[in-house]
Design a protein around this ligand. Structure first.
Ligand code: UD1
Ligand code: CA
Length: 459
């Protein structure tokens, strides 16, 4: 028998998000809400059971077929009803952990405390995670009997004035002995303000059956925050970013202004790297050590080496080596691979381009679909003409070539090692190694032609 099963409730409508996307697929700090929740229960059971209401295909497509056991709750008749739909999936486990899918701040440590509590005292039929925040939101209240034992949970809207004063709140995270949960689910009735099957009522039924219910409360009540609208989404994102940033700083990364630095969960950064304000690091990004990311760069799914500087640039699925300089205002598009000791300057765009060590492309240049060797110098305003209107072709440039300013290289073409292309040349044929290529019309001069042409009118 499997010891634990996890059920994540995610079938609610999420109406207040005003979104066509299911609520749990909204992202905070680069991860969907439900994946944050799932990360808090990682390793406790095999696949968690995910109860969903709509957009099943989208959920499976986004999260992966294998990640969860997906169970469809066709009619949303309440949290108790949601767990009923998971009966088959959990019935063979000893304990069932239930949690809401919209609580991205819940930490693994807190779930572990819940699990340990029930493992250490097997007499409990149900253990609740609760919160005692300073300000009481409209959460269910934990009601205790005269001995101080948990006997009920009353929803905010069903509370008496007296019950409203209770400070200990239900945060929607439970660990039930599965056999007892099954019995209590049978006893649920939709006899409340919302005409729903409340999961919270199982507590009362368990108590009436003489079962023991315990609670442990969160050290930090912020973990209990649920995301119901975009304001709460922004708040949760901010809190998650704080955690990510603190973690990085404690591991030797300097963030000049952490509040204005946006780093997704999963991004790696090496020691002694400095990140300036307004930098956005997304997806599977990996930044080396002693690198500087100056203001305003957006780097997604990219790898950057050590001792490199990047300023105000966009990198998308690109790679940059070590001791290189990128920007300001460079745009490195997918398939870009830049070596070590390179310089990619202002208004340079690259795409599907491999650029060897020591090569310099300092300004105003487009390099698309190309293989560049090492120690090449590309002048200002060079265009790799990779598209003939129908198809794209590659261009190859050998080591140490010098490409003069305002050169057009018409693909497909090869430029040999050590060759020299004069400024303003349009290359359409192969340039052999060590050759000079020059293709521009001869300059004509007419002495005195312009004399007296320019008149100065100044008041
Ligand atoms: C629930 C608790 C309340 C607690 C609060 C904490 C109940 C009756 N109340 O209230 O005590 O203080 O959470 O946030 O459980 N869901 C389904 N199917 C449904 C209904 C809901 O899957 O039919 C899911 C939702 O997607 C959500 C979770 O269950 O993830 C909680 O549902 P919600 O309606 O938000 O419950 P609350 O009213 O917030
Ligand atoms: Ca809620």
């Amino acid at each position: 028998m499997e010891q634990f099963k996890v059920v994540i409730l995610a079938a609610g409508e999420g109406t207040r998000m005003k979104s066509s996307l299911p609520k749990v697929l909204h992202k905070a700090a680069g991860r969907t809400l439900v994946e944050w929740v799932a990360s808090s229960v990682e390793g406790i059971s095999d696949k968690p059971v995910l109860i969903y209401g709509r957009e099943g295909e989208l959920l499976k497509g986004t999260l992966g077929e294998d990640r969860f056991t997906y169970v469809h709750q066709e009619q949303r008749l309440g949290t108790g009803h949601a767990v009923m739909t998971a009966r088959e999936a959990v019935k063979d486990s000893e304990y069932t952990i239930v949690l809401a899918g919209d609580m991205p701040l819940i930490r693994k440590e807190s779930i572990n405390r819940l699990v340990e509590a029930i493992k250490n005292d097997r007499t409990f039929s149900c253990m609740l995670l609760t919160a005692i925040p300073e300000k009481t939101p409209a959460f269910g209240r934990i009601v205790r009997d005269k001995n101080g034992d948990v006997c009920d949970i009353i929803e905010d809207r069903d509370c008496t004035e007296e019950q409203k004063k209770i400070k200990e709140l239900n945060i929607s995270i439970y660990c039930f002995r599965t056999a007892d949960l099954m019995e209590a689910l049978d006893m649920l009735r939709p006899d409340n303000a919302q005409k729903e099957y409340y999961l919270t009522d199982t507590v009362r039924h368990l108590y009436s059956m003489g079962k023991k219910i315990g609670s442990i409360s969160l050290d930090d009540p912020v973990e209990s925050i649920g995301v119901n609208d975009r304001v709460q989404l922004a708040y949760a994102s901010e809190k998650l970013r704080e955690r990510i940033n603190e973690d990085l700083m404690r591991n030797g990364v300097t963030l000049i202004d952490p509040k204005n630095t946006y780093i997704d969960c999963g991004v790696k950064i090496g020691r002694d790297t400095t990140v300036y304000p307004g930098v956005i690091l997304e997806g599977m990004t990996d930044i080396g050590s002693e690198t500087i990311l100056y203001q305003g760069s957006r780097i997604r799914d990219s790898k950057v080496g050590d001792h490199t500087t990047i300023e105000n640039s966009v990198l998308l699925s690109a790679e940059v080596g070590s001791y290189s300089k990128v920007g300001p205002n460079a745009y490195l598009r997918p398939g870009t691979k830049i070596g070590d000791h390179c310089r990619i300057g202002d208004f340079v765009e690259t795409k599907n381009a491999v650029i060897g060590d020591g090569t310099k492309i300092s300004h105003l240049t487009y390099v698309g679909d190309a293989d560049l060797g090492e120690d090449i110098n590309i002048g200002c305003g060079v265009v790799f003409v990779n598209f003939d209107g129908k198809e794209k072709h590659r261009i190859k440039v050998g080591d140490r070539a010098f490409i003069g300013c305002n050169t057009n290289l018409i693909s497909p073409v090869e430029v040999g090692e050590g060759s020299y292309i004069a400024a303003g040349t349009t290359i359409t044929k192969e340039v052999p190694a060590d050759a000079l290529a020059i293709g521009r019309s001869k300059q004509m001069v007419r002495e005195g032609w312009a004399k007296g042409r320019y008149k100065i009118h100044r008041e």
